[in-house]
Ligand binder design. Structure first.
Ligand SMILES: NC(=O)c1ccc[n+]([C@@H]2O[C@H](COP(=O)([O-])OP(=O)(O)OC[C@H]3O[C@@H](n4cnc5c(N)ncnc54)[C@H](OP(=O)(O)O)[C@@H]3O)[C@@H](O)[C@H]2O)c1
Length: 433
């Protein structure tokens, strides 16, 4: 029998309702099951799991859920106003629809909604919050970014008194798993297969490795941290698939490693954001994250850096964030409404870069690269070339001092016209701390 984790009644007694909040789980998958586990094992006072909804729900029944819980495949019945209908919907099915439709209906019916669905919040969060405000209901999504790490509550409560100027982090556990294994010497294809075998990566990994999952999360963080409303599709992404073993080797020579970094910053009044593989100095906490860990670092004008780290995914860690939202709701605790304004997002930063070339060696290549960089007033920092590669397929690396993204783009376009180049150069930003 599992150990009881019952919350002490005194600490969690609910003052705002005369009867327990009736809770329905929508989606009995990885997170839904873990949420049910916590609710059943810990039995927080003031909360009662009353319904579990899933398509073809008969497949989902488990014997450890109390017999008082109703299993249903009829979403509309649970979203109505029957006397025994739930007060709170936990949307844990994922995807934009029909999850969005359930959430809209629930909020419009005066029910509160807690969701772990980053996509829904990134694309429709403002609309859903407006519905909640119009109907006196509540929408909470503490699990939508970085799973079990309390980044969203941290921004809404702990950091709302600061003016956050930059947010950067590792928001996708799958990419971190792949890149930290590659750092230890594994090849991309083999690690991806391992990640798929362990359930960390989907059969089609594009959402993760292409940066699309992380940019949805970054869009939410930009709204809460930098107070700017951006469309997730406007955030530039770059896949980690271009990174190879040789890049880890060169990164090591530069006292760095490589991670998929989601980064957003205000520079001279402009907002820049990107999700891409970057060189991370080994002294940065971001370099220490291994496996599926997530990490977010915020930089505040007044309070400086704050680091959040831990398990960014997984049923139990994510469920902790969902149940914490639920307890906050049961206690009537207030979310601080963070104001935000519509913003354009660009890519213009001023940072150092690592550029890896693959060339058919011939005289004049380095001179040509140096000349194109100089034309854009970009200072070359170092040239690195490892021995032992064939001259007709020779990799080498150039690092440049902090320069404007647009200037480097123009220089790389010019360099791209050189006949000796065998493939598009790999351009990685270098984090500066
Ligand atoms: N897993 C994590 O580590 C994690 C971390 C942070 C956030 N999240 C978010 O949490 C949510 C749930 O993720 P998960 O990993 O638990 O997903 P999951 O394991 O795929 O579970 C989703 C559940 O919802 C059900 N479902 C999906 N579409 C449905 C529909 N149209 N009608 C009825 N039932 C439906 C699925 O039923 P079937 O079995 O029939 O498919 C499944 O039982 C997602 O928004 C995800 O982004 C997950």
């Amino acid at each position: 029998m599992s150990q009881s984790l019952a919350f002490p009644d005194a600490a969690y007694s609910v003052k705002t309702t005369s009867r327990p909040l009736r809770v329905a789980i929508f989606g009995f998958g990885t997170v839904g099951r873990s949420v049910a586990r916590i609710l059943v094992e810990s039995a927080p006072a003031g909360l009662e799991l009353t319904h579990i909804f899933n398509r073809n729900v008969h497949r989902k029944r488990v014997d450890w859920v109390p017999s008082s819980v109703a299993w249903s495949s009829d979403a509309d019945a649970l979203l109505g106003s029957a006397e025994d209908a739930p007060d709170v919907i936990l949307e844990l099915a994922g995807g934009l629809e029909p999850a969005g439709d359930w959430v809209r209906k629930a909020l419009a019916a005066g029910k509160s909604v807690i969701t772990a669905n980053k996509k829904l919040i990134a694309y429709h969060g403002l609309e859903l919050e407006a519905i909640a405000a119009a109907h006196g209901s509540r929408l909470l999504y503490g699990a939508a970014v970085a799973g079990g790490i309390p980044v969203i509550p941290g921004l809404e409560n702990g950091l709302s008194g600061d003016r956050v100027e930059r947010v950067e982090g590792i928001l996708n556990g799958t990419c971190n798993f792949i890149l930290s294994k590659m750092e230890a010497g594994a090849e991309y294809g083999a690690v991806l297969a391992e990640a798929q075998g362990m359930g960390y990566a989907e059969a089609d990994p594009t959402e993760d490795v292409g940066g699309f999952d992380a940019r949805a999360k970054l869009a939410i963080l930009i709204r809460l941290a930098l107070r700017a409303q951006v469309h997730p599709d406007e955030i530039e992404t770059c896949s980690i698939t271009e990174v190879s073993a040789i890049d880890f080797s060169y990164a090591k020579d530069l006292n760095c490693t490589i991670r998929q970094i989601a980064r957003a910053e205000r520079i001279d009044g402009h907002l820049a954001a990107t999700v891409r593989p970057m060189l991370v100095p080994l002294v940065s906490p971001l370099a220490w994250s291994r496996g599926t860990e997530n990490m977010v670092i915020t930089t505040g004008h007044y309070g400086g850096d704050v680091v959040f780290s831990g398990h960014g995914a997984g049923g139990h860690p994510t469920a902790v964030a969902v149940v914490s939202d639920l307890l906050g709701l049961a206690h009537g605790s207030c979310r601080i409404a963070i104001p935000s304004t519509p913003s354009k997002v660009g890519t213009e930063l001023e940072v150092p870069h690592y550029i890896r070339f693959m060339v058919n060696d011939r005289p004049g290549i380095v001179a040509g690269i140096a000349s194109a960089l100089a034309h854009e007033k970009i200072n070359l920092n170092a040239i690195l070339q490892k021995p032992g590669y064939p001259l007709d397929r020779l990799p080498f690396v150039v690092t440049v001092e902090p320069c404007r993204t647009s200037a480097l783009k123009r220089a790389l376009q010019e360099i791209g016209r050189m006949p000796a180049l065998l493939e598009k150069p790999l351009d990685l930003q270098i984090l500066e701390k």
